[in-house]
Design a protein around this ligand. Structure first.
Ligand SMILES: *Cc1c(COP(=O)(O)O)cnc(C)c1O
Ligand code: SF4
Length: 342
């Protein structure tokens, strides 16, 4: 009897978020059915993108308006037929990631910080993603290459911040992630650990006690940069997850992408800024779309973006206005986008 009990208590505990992650919607037909949206011949693109399938967690689906093909969340995840169109200037490595790879999965583009690609997986596949063609299988920083990457960081004392990215780093289990974070924090010249993640927004159950436990114990400050593009994404469950992260000591910032038909109006941007404030998050970057193949239908002209931000600036306190930036391969930082005539 005692033996049975021991066996039961040592059974691997599967966190609730991992079950929710596994149960995500994986095909466009189910997504349309669940939302009650008519299919207007929209499957074409999905069939041509087997390497970047549809992926939508239930929690994110619940924040969408049923029956509305213009819903700003639906538009971020549905593979519209336009994905199959090619457009001039849109390619598979729009920001020079492959040239910036100092070691497998380690991007060293900017002074003082390096970015580790720790997984290729995400909880949601955003159709505009600039890394949708990234060679994740070879370029993973922590599978076979963790030791060489830790060495690289330890040997260069100009590096004071490491960014865990991907894919989405919080897709990894805490058993995988916490030891990596601890080893990084033990490097004397590291001052900050940054986590770039969309999980608190699309799968807030990820922010559970196990995650919070190791974050709370980190010996260096943890900055969490979430990714929300629209106020509708910041549901009460998301707000509660962000509260828990803040209580565990995380500084919270948001990065968004300026997307046609999603958030390219002053009203959408003002509402996003206000909603971020309400959940304790400071707007950081608003990225102009990286010109990645298959995403041209989301593009907003840079001048139009700059004009839009001008309107937003006149309606919000300065600290709720994000920095509109574009990434140019080879530049020493993200470049501010200023409209003609500004
Ligand atoms: C965007 C980016 C960073 C972070 O830049 P910040 O301006 O510090 O937010 C770091 N490394 C890479 C490779 C990036 O693309
Ligand atoms: S969560 Fe980030 S990395 Fe993942 S698909 Fe969306 S934009 Fe790309």
């Amino acid at each position: 009897m005692a033996g049975i009990i021991t066996d039961m208590t040592t059974l691997k505990h599967v966190p609730a978020w991992q079950r929710e992650f596994a149960d995500s919607i994986r095909d466009p037909r189910t997504l349309l059915e669940r939302l009650g949206i008519d299919d207007a011949g929209l499957h074409a693109a999905a069939r041509r993108a087997p390497d970047f399938p549809v992926r939508v967690p239930e929690a994110y689906l619940r924040a969408m308006r049923p029956g509305d093909p213009e819903d700003p969340l639906f538009r971020q995840v549905f593979p519209f037929a336009e994905e199959a169109h090619s457009a001039a200037g849109f390619d598979t490595d729009p920001v020079g990631d492959l040239d910036a790879m100092a070691r497998p999965g380690l991007l060293h583009k900017y002074r003082g910080r390096v970015l580790l690609v720790v997984t290729g997986a995400c909880a949601v596949n955003c159709r505009y993603c600039f890394r949708r063609h990234f060679p994740y299988a070879e370029a993973n920083a922590v599978n076979r290459h963790l030791e060489t990457n830790l060495e690289y960081i330890a040997e260069d004392d100009s590096i004071n911040e490491v960014i865990l990215s991907g894919g989405d780093p919080l897709v990894l289990s805490d058993e995988r992630l916490a030891p990596i974070a601890r080893r990084l924090a033990a490097i004397p010249h590291l001052r900050r650990l940054r986590i770039h993640t969309r999980l608190p927004v699309v799968l807030p159950a990820r922010v559970d006690d196990r995650l919070l436990a190791w974050i709370r114990e980190m010996e260096i400050p943890v900055v969490t940069v979430i990714h929300a593009n629209h106020a509708n994404e910041l549901t009460p469950a998301v707000g509660a997850a962000l509260d828990r992260l803040a209580a565990a000591g995380c500084r919270l910032l948001n990065q968004a992408v300026l997307l046609r038909g999603v958030n390219d109006s002053p009203r959408a941007q003002v509402e996003l800024g206000e909603a971020l404030f309400d959940v304790g998050v400071t707007p950081y970057y608003l990225h102009c779309l990286d010109r990645v193949e298959g995403a041209a239908h989301y593009a907003v002209d840079d001048d139009a973006g700059a004009r839009l931000l001008g309107v937003v600036r006149a309606r919000l306190p300065g600290y709720l206005v994000p920095r509109l930036v574009r990434e140019h391969a080879g530049e020493p930082a993200k470049t501010p986008v200023i409209g003609r005539g500004d």
